[in-house]
Write a protein that binds this ligand. Structure first.
Ligand code: SF4
Length: 442
């Protein structure tokens, strides 16, 4: 791997028996064009699916490019989250301060949209000029009596992962501010963003089991539900990279236990239902979970057989935001005959890389915080013929002339749950076997 920058060599492993612990959770190395987004983006992607809140970006207009369009979280009602607002700071505001502009903008927007809460995101320049955003939040709150929450997330404050933590801390200021009556078997779902309506698939399973889902944080999220989220018996955390901080705060402050699950692939989806049933120590819940799994498994098996027969021997590269999801993806790909030969993430933890190492075949390239040059080289070297990633990996795949499956926040196809597994198999099959690749000169 000649193109690896010297300082990055410990962030890449070739999964041998004697592999060293991969270096991760560190700032990106200078000279490597990281696929990571900034701290602000991390906070924004976590919070913005809350559909009845106003999301105002205090900074230059460029920061506001992270809109609903690049993260298609669906809502069953309110659609306020789909609008993007920015104070559009210019040179004069930078010199003389933007607090007045922010206050005027937020007051006007509240009058127009009547939100349940307001999140005000401070981007890089605010971190530099030092606008007192907290004071503006207090002032609006006094006037309108709704929660107005500062999200101090200048891009230079760390990595995207720090943005997740900042978002969780912002959410924690809401939790516990309202009371609610909830049934005995009540949970919150943390870390599902209702991309392509995935959350609704999960709600269906939980409902069938007899589990009440109180707050969905943040997919199809509502401010009131988040405010009373401390009333449930359990937080079920998916996409643990983004939501673990909130789960830990709620455990410490309200003694709400949490568990990590994944809803991708048959095995992990089934386990998620079993784990929740076991938590409540209820035979009735467990037998309902078994019934759902058996039914779905019986339906899926013949359908997946079709794809497995046609995909057997194909190789996949995976590069995603949080690594927890990749664990499920490797298993799901195996189920349809596809071997993972490259796997990496922007924000994986040492524990997750360890699990990935154990799960993958020898020789699989495992990489933390990669860049386009490395990813292209890894794909070529391993002969991967499908790339699974997000918006920044798509052009790499297409330039190399291989199939691509969007498993990030822009996806329009539900990939979670049992029916999501079938969609995933269909998509992998369609892209890997597309006749278009015969015209590519590799
Ligand atoms: S790095 Fe700073 S300026 Fe760039 S998008 Fe992020 S917050 Fe805005």
């Amino acid at each position: 791997m000649n193109m690896l920058i010297e300082e990055r060599k410990r962030q890449v492993s070739f999964n041998k028996n004697d592999r060293a612990e991969i270096q991760c959770s560190i700032p990106s190395i200078a000279g490597s064009v990281s696929q990571r987004a900034c701290v602000f983006c991390g906070s924004r992607v976590v919070l913005y699916p809350i559909a009845d809140a106003l999301h105002v970006i205090h900074g230059p207009i460029g920061c506001a490019a992270y809109t609903w369009d690049i993260r298609g979280a669906l809502s069953s009602g309110e659609q306020l989250h789909r609008l993007s607002f920015s104070t559009d700071l210019r040179e004069n505001d930078v010199v003389f301060g933007g607090e007045k502009k922010l206050y005027t903008a937020v007051m006007e927007l509240c009058e127009l949209h009547n939100p349940k809460a307001v999140f005000i995101y401070s981007t890089c320049i605010i971190g530099v000029i030092g606008d007192d955003v907290e004071a503006v939040c207090r002032k609006v709150n006094e006037k309108l009596n709704i929660p107005v929450i500062p999200v101090q997330a200048p891009g230079f404050k760390g990595t995207k992962k720090d943005g997740y933590k900042i978002a969780c801390e912002a959410l924690a200021t809401l939790v516990g501010t309202k009371e609610a009556e909830v049934p005995e078997y009540s949970i919150n779902i943390l870390g599902d963003f209702n991309l392509a309506g995935e959350l609704w698939i999960l709600l269906k399973y939980y409902k069938e089991m007899g589990i009440h889902v109180h707050a969905t944080i943040t997919g199809d999220g509502r401010v009131d539900k988040i405010c009373s989220a401390h009333k449930v018996s359990l937080n079920v955390v998916q996409c643990s990279g983004s939501m673990m901080a909130l789960a830990k705060i709620m455990k410490e402050k309200y003694n709400v236990p949490f568990m990590k699950v994944s809803y991708f692939g048959i095995e992990d989806m089934s386990n998620a239902l079993y784990l929740v049933a076991n938590f409540f120590k209820s035979e009735a819940l467990l037998s309902k979970a078994k019934e759902i799994v058996q039914r779905e498994f019986a339906e899926l098996t013949p359908a997946l057989k079709f794809y497995k027969e046609r995909l057997n021997g194909r190789k996949a590269a995976i590069y995603v935001g949080g690594l927890f999801k990749a664990i499920s993806l490797i298993k799901a790909l195996r189920l349809i005959g596809v071997q993972t030969v490259v796997v990496g993430s922007q924000t994986g933890t040492a524990d997750e890389y360890e699990i990935i190492g154990d799960l993958c075949d020898e020789g699989t390239i495992i990489v933390d915080d990669s860049n386009p040059l490395e990813l292209a080289a890894f794909v070529k070297e391993t002969g991967a013929d499908i790339f699974i990633g997000g918006v920044k990996e798509r052009p790499i795949a297409y330039k190399l002339g291989i199939g691509f499956c969007d498993h990030n926040h822009e996806r329009k196809e539900a990939l979670a749950g049992f029916e999501g597994m079938l969609n995933f198999a269909k998509e992998i099959y369609a892209t890997a076997t597309s006749p278009v690749w015969q015209f590519v000169n590799r």
